[in-house]
Each structure stands twice: as C-alpha cells, then as structure tokens.
Design a protein. Structure first.
Length: 555
C-alpha cells in the first residue's frame, strides 16, 4: 500500500511541475495524463549501480530494452551533451528517465529543450516511477505528447529563434524510438520541415531585416491618413509579369470591363505599355528596386496596395495608397498598439501570391490569373515592358552587352529544364517553391482561382477546391482608427525599446516580449553583418540601431 501511495504522490508532484504555464502547446496535457492508465506495464523499472531507476521499454514479445546505461546513466547523458557545442536548441525524441533532458539543461549554452514522446499511458507510467520535477520546473523545457506532425512543425517554428537559441540538434533515445519507429520517423520529418522553414525565414531576415524596420517606421506617418472602406469585389483578374502575359494581353483587353484588375507591381509597366490601366497594383518588396516598376508612371485612378514594410519612395507616388499588414512582427505590433491595418497573406514570398491573397481579402468569388509562369519559358524571364528590360539597357556596354546581362540573370542559380505541350521552360528552386506555395494556398481559399494556361510551369489546382463555397464571409477592406498620433506612437515605441533589459531577455513576458519580437528581423540582419557578436552585444547594437532610426523620423 505504501508503494502505491508513493507512486501516486510522485505522479501528482510531477503533474504539478508539468502544469506550469507555457510548457506545452497541448493545454490539456495534464488532464490527459491524470486520466491515463498506468498499469499497462509498458515499462519495467530497473535499478542501476549508481542508484538511478532505469526505465526499460517492453516490446510486444515481452522483452525489456533499457533506455539508458545500466551503469551510470547520468554520466552517459553528460558525455553526449558535451558534444553539442553551439547547438543551443536540443530536441529529444523520447523522455525516458529524463537524463538526456537534465544533462542538456546543465549546459550553459542550452537555450531550449523540447522532448517529444508518444503513448500517453506509457508517459504517465514514467511519471509514477521517476522524479522529473527539476527538468519540468526549468523554463527552457518544453514537452509535446502524442503530437501529429503538423503540430510539431508549428510548435518549433513558434519557439525557435536562431538569434537567441543558436544551432539546433535532434537526439533520439534509441531504445524508445526503435520501439515505435514509424511514428518517430514522421516526427523527424516534421522537425526537418520546421528547421527548413525557420532557416529560410532567417535567411530572408538576415538580408532585409534592417530595411523592413526602416521602411515601416518611415511609412507610419503616411499610414495615419484616413481612408474610406472598400466594398467587396466579386470578379477579379490578377496579372503577373511572366512572359506568357505577352500572349494573354489580348484576352485581358477583351474582358477588361468584366473584372477588377489587380496588377502585381512587376506587371504594371507591361500593362501600361499596352494601353491597359489596372484598377490597382500590389507592392510587397522592401527593396528600392521596386521603384523601377513605377518608372512608367502610376495612373491617378489606380489604387496602390502596399505592405507597410514597402519602400517609402514608392508610397510617396500617390495619394491613393492603401497600406496593409504582411507577416512582419513590427506591423503586427503596430496593428495592436496603434492602428489596425487590413491583413494580407504574404507568406508565399512573392507579389503574385500576395495579389491573389488581396483579391480573396477583397471578397472575390473568382480570380482569373494571367502571366503567372513561375518559370522561364523558352529561356525568357519577364514579359515585354517589365522593368528588367530598360534596367539592363541602361547598364549595357561593350564588355557587358544586353544579351550577356539577360543570360547572367537567367543562369545565376541552378535550373531544371522541363517540357510541356506548349514547349520547354526552365524552373528554379525559388520559382518552384512559389508555385507550390500558391497550389497549397488554393486548398484553403474561399475564392476560385482560374489560372490562364501559359507557356510556363502549369499551376496544379487540387481536385475539388474550386467548387462553390457557401461559407464565404465578406468584410470591408478598411483600416481601424488611430489610437494616437503617429509621432506619439513612435516616441512611446522608442521608449519601450530603450527600456528592454538585455540581461533578462529570456524571462520577459507580455508587452515587453512583443516589443522584443519586433526587433528580431533587424537583429538577424545585424548578426549577418557582425557574426562574432555575443547575444548581449547583438541585442544592444540592435536596440541602438532601431532607436536611431526612430529618432531620424521624429527629428
């Protein structure tokens, strides 16, 4: 009876430690564990000479497989964790006796430990025999029980910040993962997908983080202007700047009065050169090269929809501008603390994707898509009239003729040649990624996407997704009320940045954490330029840079 009470008390103490806020994405974990069956004998518990209790996984034939060294499990774990070096985020497949997690948390460079395990009954059984209170109480420890692959991917992308965490390492508890090989293999694939997503996002931040911050801060004053709501629009056409646009211009001209025409900014000069004026144009690129898309002019009647992180020079071209919030953490913070801007999905990474997302946001029932090749048909990069042609023409010289510049642009990265019924085309990894992101988005869109077949890579619309969707919810495209003057917000934001304590950055919560998150893309860019900076030095340098940018605008 005493052993039963001892097991129950240990289980309850482990549950209380596990119940601390923020430990898991599964908010019902503790209640699931409390209702789990702990007498199924999924484990045998063996005594080691070092005095530790070693869990041994029991396979279907009844054989017990110890998950740790039977001599000194803690020494084994410490030796393994000493190899981590710069890997600050450790993902452990299998909880076991908790020795790996405890040893990882002892390392001074460890920023996060995530344990992933399966079978709630076996996990509950572990909590009856081993004391996990020390690791459960550590704020760096995270735990996922029975997570599907998509939850693993979402959870890792939500907590992993390379700037703060350093590298990432996945370590399997062999005795545990071999007992459920397929489940843990799926978990590994989800981890790899998450790492790929975070790495790609971090790479983009490293190049554009400072420019995003500077653009957003400089656009705020113009974003304070009042604008009237835009009513829902039923039929929309979107133009991209692929070479197929040249052959599709005739169709657009014939149908021009039947839809609201949204031009990706890259396609604007091509349309204007053919005498077609779009109703609106979309810009999301933060680089100043975006200004080249407007060198042919921006018609007065055309609305410019622009990400708040877009270049201020382009924003200054028209009074008919509608700012929206993309995926930058600073624009999300601005929407909470100053003015709610309409949100447009820019996660596809290109302006065609954002234009389609805008059309859906405007309430479109159907979206016709032109010029979206997502490839280089017949070795051509852009439609006639696009910015790249006059740009190269101005740069050409005897040693760098026009043809060589186009070739250098085309062959700047790896290409994959493919053929179709319309001819051949080159695909690049980035263009393939853009197309696949759009195809994935189609599965959840409330609008029908109707791509006009061109000579490039075909867009595969998943079967059945273009059926009528009666659940469509329409809303006006409109910005909320400014909660304060733009200058007042910038001053308050500057003071919030200045008050951030670098030494306590891992323990901040609430609004302080929100402010800190807005600085991460800029920090990634500064880290890219100064790889030798420590975390504290990096954050101090980032604070100083961002405060300086705000002061320039206020001054």
């Amino acid at each position: 009876m005493d052993k039963i009470n001892e097991k129950h008390n240990l289980f309850e103490r482990n549950i209380l430690a596990l119940a601390r806020p923020g430990i898991s994405a599964d908010t019902t974990l503790c209640s699931r564990l409390s209702g789990a069956e702990t007498t199924l004998n999924r484990y045998k518990f063996l005594d080691s000479p070092s005095g530790e209790i070693i869990p041994a996984w029991v396979d279907q034939s009844g054989l017990a497989h110890p998950l740790h060294s039977m001599v000194d499990p803690m020494r084994e774990a410490r030796r393994l964790m000493e190899t981590l070096k710069d890997d600050g985020f450790v993902i452990l497949l299998g909880l076991g006796g908790g020795f790996y997690a405890e040893a990882a948390l002892e390392q001074k460079n460890t920023s996060l430990v995530l344990v992933i395990d399966y079978d709630i009954n076996s996990i509950a059984e572990l909590l009856c025999y081993r004391d996990y209170i020390k690791i459960f109480n550590d704020p760096r420890f995270h735990f996922l029980a029975d997570p599907p692959p998509h939850l693993i991917e979402e959870y890792i992308t939500g907590i992993y910040q390379p700037i703060l965490c350093g590298g990432i390492r996945t370590l399997p508890l062999r005795g545990r993962t071999s007992g459920d090989n397929q489940t843990f293999t799926n978990a590994r694939l989800a981890i790899e997908n998450a790492i790929h997503r975070v790495s790609a996002d971090y790479s983009v931040q490293a190049y554009f983080g400072l420019r995003w911050f500077g653009n957003i801060i400089r656009n705020i004053k113009q974003a304070a202007k009042n604008d009237s709501p835009l009513p829902p629009i039923r039929k929309v056409a979107v133009t991209a700047a692929g070479p197929s646009l040249d052959s599709q211009i005739k169709i657009i001209r014939e149908k021009r009065n039947t839809f609201f025409l949204i031009a990706a900014d890259t396609s604007l000069p091509s349309l204007l050169s053919q005498g077609i004026t779009p109703d609106s144009v979309v810009a999301i690129d933060c680089q100043h090269i975006s200004y080249y898309h407007f060198m042919s002019g921006l018609p007065k009647e055309t609305i410019l929809f622009m990400d708040l992180a877009g270049p201020p020079l382009a924003a200054s071209l028209t009074d008919k501008i509608r700012f929206f919030s993309g995926n930058h953490p600073l624009t999300s913070y601005i929407c909470r603390e100053w003015r709610a801007l309409p949100e447009v999905d820019t996660s596809g990474g290109n302006v065609t994707y954002a234009s389609i997302a805008l059309a859906e946001r405007l309430g479109a029932e159907s979206i016709e898509l032109y010029g979206a090749d997502f490839s280089y048909p017949m070795g051509l990069s852009y439609a006639r009239g696009a910015y790249i042609h006059p740009f190269f023409e101005k740069k050409q010289m005897r040693l760098a003729p026009l043809e060589s510049q186009h070739s250098a642009f085309l062959y700047r990265g790896p290409l994959n040649k493919k053929t179709s019924e319309t001819g051949w085309y080159y695909e690049s990894p980035s263009l393939t990624f853009y197309r696949e992101r759009l195809e994935e988005k189609c599965k959840t869109m409330t609008s029908k996407l109707l791509p006009q077949r061109g000579s490039g890579a075909p867009i595969q619309i998943p079967s059945g997704v273009n059926k009528p969707k009666p659940e469509r919810i329409l809303s006006l495209f409109n910005s909320g009320k400014c909660l304060m003057e733009a200058e007042e917000f910038l001053l308050a934001y500057k003071e919030d940045i200045a008050s951030l304590s670098v030494s306590a950055i891992h323990s901040i919560k609430g609004k302080e954490k929100q402010v800190f998150t807005t600085l991460l893309p800029a920090a990634a860019a500064i880290k890219h330029r100064n790889p030798g900076l420590s975390v504290n030095e990096l954050l101090e340098k980032t604070k100083a840079h961002c405060i300086g940018e705000i002061e320039k605008v206020l001054g």
